[in-house]
Every structure is written in C-alpha cells, then in structure tokens.
Design a protein around this ligand. Structure first.
Ligand code: GBH
Length: 492
C-alpha cells in the first residue's frame, strides 16, 4: 500500500511526548490482593464467564501488580517520554462510600509504580477511571444514580491528594461513549445493562457532571500547589460521509454527535449542553412514542456552566474511521435506542487493511481528518492522542508487520496534523504490552511487547514493532526503511 510515505525530512518536536498506554484492569491482576475491593469486571467475569469470548478474566492479566518494575524497564527500553496508566478505584477505596478509608496497600502500589517512572524521567499520565467501577456503586445504579458525580469527586480528591505531587497530567474518564453506550445503553461492556432507551443519555449527563466536579476540585484545591493539568479522554474515531450527498453529510454529523459529541460538546463547545441536532431528534422521537419528556435529560443552567470549559486539554483515543450513510448499510437496532434514534448506516471499505479486531481497520488519513475537524470545532484546544494501536491474534508471533504499517501510517498522519497547526502535545501507543481485551479476553492482542499468559512470570518479549517505535522516538523521524538488526532489546 501507499500508507507509509517516505517523508524523512519531517520531524516530531523535541518536547513532543511519546508514550504508551495501559489500563489497571487490563494489566494489573491482583484482583483481590491486599484489600482491593470488587469491581464490575470482577463481578461480571466471575458470575457470567460466558460473556467473555474465551471465558477469561482479569484476575491475573499481565500481573503488573507484581511486575511493575519490569514494566518500567520496558518503558526505559523503548525510551518513552511518558506513560499512561489508570488507577483502580476499588484498589484505592475498597469502600467507595467512605473516601476516608483509603487502602494503604493500594496507594503504596501506585506510589511505587509512579516513583519508579519518575526516577527514570518518564512523565506519568494517569486516568482516574478506565471502566472498573466499584461493584458497590453499581449496586446503587452506578452512573445512572444522580449521586454519581459526588462519588466521583470524592474519589478524585483522594487521587489528587495522594499522587498529584508527582502526576501532572490527569484524565478523569476513559472513553465515555464506551462506558455509557456499551455498558448501559447496550451490552458490550460491564455492567451490560442494556437499558437501550435512556441508559446512554442518563449516564452521559452524570458522567460529564462527575468529570466537571473532579475538574473543579482539582483547579480550586490542588492545581494552585500541584501545577498540573486535568482533562478527559474521549474516543474520537473519524466518521465521514459515504457519498458527497447532503443526506450523507448530515448522517455523518449525527453519527459524530451521538458517538463523541454527546460528551465533547458539553465540555468543549461555546454553547455547552448536549449536541443540538441530536437533542432535537431524541426529543421528537421520544414524544412521538409517548414518553412524557425527552429520553435525553436537560442540563440546568448551573450544571451547564459547571461543565462548560472544564478541561485543560482534550485526550483523543483514535483507532480508525467509518463511512456513514443516510440510507445504506443499516443494521437492526432495538427501538427505542441511540442507534435507532440516529438511524444511519456505517460502512468500512473492504480494501482497508484489517486487524484482528472486527472494528479496527487502517483508514487512510483518519488522524488528520478527526483532529483537524476537532481543532476547527474547538479552536485553541490542546490535544493529546491518549490511545492508538493495532491488534493481532494469539500465536501471530513477534514479527508484526501490519502493526508496523499501521503505526507508521498513523504517525505520518499525525505529522500532517501538526503541520496543519493542530496543537497536539503527545501520543500514547496502545499498548505497552498484551492485556485483557475486555469482552474479547485474550483473543485480540495490542502489545508492543508480547506477554506469555501461559507462564507464571507473564514473561514480556518485545515484538518487532517495539524496535520500530523505539527508533521513531529516538530519532523523532519516521524512517520507512528502518529495520532492527535483530530482536534483542537494550536500554540506551
Ligand atoms: C480502547 O477502546 C480502550 O480504551 C482500551 O481499553 C482497549 O483495550 C483498546 O481501545 C482496544 O480495544 O464494533 O461493536 O465490535 C476502543 C474502543 C472498541 C470502541 C471497540 C468501539 C466497537 C465494538 N472501541 N468498539 S464493535
């Protein structure tokens, strides 16, 4: 293909942060170690193991709870500037309703992890919530309980208090749409509630309020001394029109509003609140169906103001693109539901290179398309790409040419985007190592390092892509011809 164009003259800035990303439940294991409480993934995988493709779980995963020194050694091997990881809420607060009862062993674990990074000049970027809600909060309704924003603020304060002296880049939530749509409005993430009519919309409101409360807690009570930044990560794949028709352009816009606008608009737009056209559609369809009010809740003026502008930067998880049609490629959706509300079809051209994941193809220029769009919509915003990566199947081995093709194409698209004047300060590759891929268990692997899940030690071995990424980080240039001499790793 023509994806990786030789553009050796183009350099990444010296202060650009290259990193990798992981999430607590996907790597840590130690699911009941040293006082950790139960979370929604523990509960779901233990009581309904068949919902996971290979009936696996995150009980041990890559065992990073015990292997964190090796993890940091891998970061040093790659020469990373930064590392994105997440805190496990239930490891820090086994009783999340009693935020003064901190589990010291959990805090010690994150202190050790962070200290080890900082010792080697690796900038920690920490997510407060990457999908592992304490089960007790789920028993009370989780994100659908109007008290959720307060619970989240209490937890956020504990995190800022304990780690904010060393962590200067905080993210409140990872991927609101996957939390709200997949977990509450559908059934492809815990807690698989499948409340299709209102689940996504109610969750969205409480999530952005929780984000805003945590943000203001940081700005008012921690930022003055800690001097860091607090943002949110939203999964922002590109949705373009299938044809140039007006209908397809509108379909793509509605798809964007329902996929990431629901969470980005209230925080980053001038007007605040949920996206306009989508709100109108949901309100109209709700009334038609006999609901007393829109299935999408309103914000009070006070709430709207609290949320508007509540982010120092925009974290983008970007993987791929889809083409959207007003008429073609529609699939069955329950009525009412978010997908029935928007009523559009989504298409992936078969010529795009495919990964091991059904939803992940190499779409040309997708970073450029998504990030220039976001930049035009929300001018003066600082962006970080907080995830981007490629999956292979177990047994595919260490020579991962497709992953290399993907990373080179993505990073070339990122250079195009920087040249277009978009302020992107860093890039985190997903993932440092193979890990528990949620509903897919261990059947789709995203690691630059392979993890041997059969070995007790969970031995980590660099794939070829690790050497390519290392060379890009070091040289700040994408050399399409670079080949490692062998697959022996070293620390520079
Ligand atoms: C990220 O989610 C997550 O943050 C991370 O934890 C995860 O390991 C990583 O990416 C790799 O998946 O089309 O119905 O099959 C990516 C989010 C995952 C959202 C797939 C859309 C489509 C499901 N995307 N999902 S479907």
């Amino acid at each position: 293909g023509c994806y990786a164009k030789p553009r050796q003259e183009r350099r990444f800035p010296d202060d650009f942060l290259f990193g990798t990303a992981t999430a607590a439940h996907q790597i840590e294991g130690g699911y009941n170690a040293d006082g950790k409480g139960e979370n929604i993934w523990d509960r779901m995988t233990h009581t309904r193991p068949h919902v996971i493709k290979d009936m696996s779980n995150g009980d041990i995963a890559a065992n990073s709870y015990y292997n964190y020194k090796r993890d940091v050694e891998m970061m040093r091997e790659l020469g990373l500037d930064a590392y994105r990881f997440s805190f496990s809420w239930s490891r820090i607060l086994p009783n999340p309703l009693a935020p003064y009862e901190v589990n010291q062993a959990g805090v010690d674990f994150y202190n050790n992890y962070i200290n080890e990074m900082v010792k080697y000049n690796i900038t920690p970027m920490a997510t407060l919530y990457h999908w592992d809600l304490p089960q007790k909060l789920q028993d009370l309704g989780g994100f659908l309980n109007p008290l959720f924003p307060e619970w989240f603020e209490d937890y956020a304060r504990v995190v800022f208090e304990n780690f904010g002296d060393r962590v200067k880049l905080f993210l409140t939530f990872n991927e609101p749409s996957e939390i709200c749509y997949e977990g509450y409005g559908w059934s492809t993430k815990a807690p698989i509630l499948n409340v299709t009519d209102v689940g996504t919309y109610l969750c969205a409101k409480h999530l952005v309020l929780g984000h805003a409360k945590a943000y203001h807690a940081y700005v008012n009570d921690f930022k003055p001394t800690q001097q860091g930044q607090c943002g949110i990560t939203i999964s922002t794949n590109w949705f373009g029109p299938l044809t140039d028709s007006e209908e397809d352009h509108f379909a793509a816009e509605i798809k964007r509003q329902s996929n990431w606008g629901l969470y980005a608009e209230p925080i980053f737009s001038e007007e605040g609140g949920f996206p306009k056209e989508l709100s109108d559609i949901v309100a109209e369809k709700s009334l038609e169906m006999g609901y007393k009010q829109s299935r999408m809740p309103e914000f009070t003026d006070e709430e709207r103001k609290l949320v508007q502008g509540s982010s120092d930067f925009f974290g983008v998880n970007h993987y791929t693109a889809y083409l959207v049609s007003a008429t073609e490629h529609k699939t069955f959706n329950p009525v009412p539901s978010l997908f029935a509300d928007i009523d559009v079809g989504v298409y992936t051209p078969p010529e795009w290179l495919s990964s091991a994941s059904r939803w992940l193809q190499l779409a040309p220029d997708s970073i450029y398309n998504a990030l220039t769009f976001l930049h035009n919509k929300y001018p003066n915003t600082i962006f970080y790409i907080t995830e981007n990566g490629w999956s292979t199947t177990p047994g595919a081995g260490l020579i991962d040419e497709d992953r290399i093709t993907y990373y080179r194409a993505a990073l070339n698209s990122l250079l195009d985007t920087l040249e277009a004047g978009v302020n992107i300060k860093g890039y985190m590759a997903w993932s440092l190592m193979d890990n528990f891929e949620w509903m897919e268990g261990y059947t789709e692997l995203f690691g630059l390092y392979e993890v041997d899940f059969q070995s007790e030690a969970r031995t980590r071995t660099p794939r070829k892509s690790a050497f390519i990424y290392k060379e890009i980080i070091k040289s700040r240039v994408i050399d399409p011809n670079y080949e490692p001499e062998n697959l022996t790793m070293w620390i520079d």
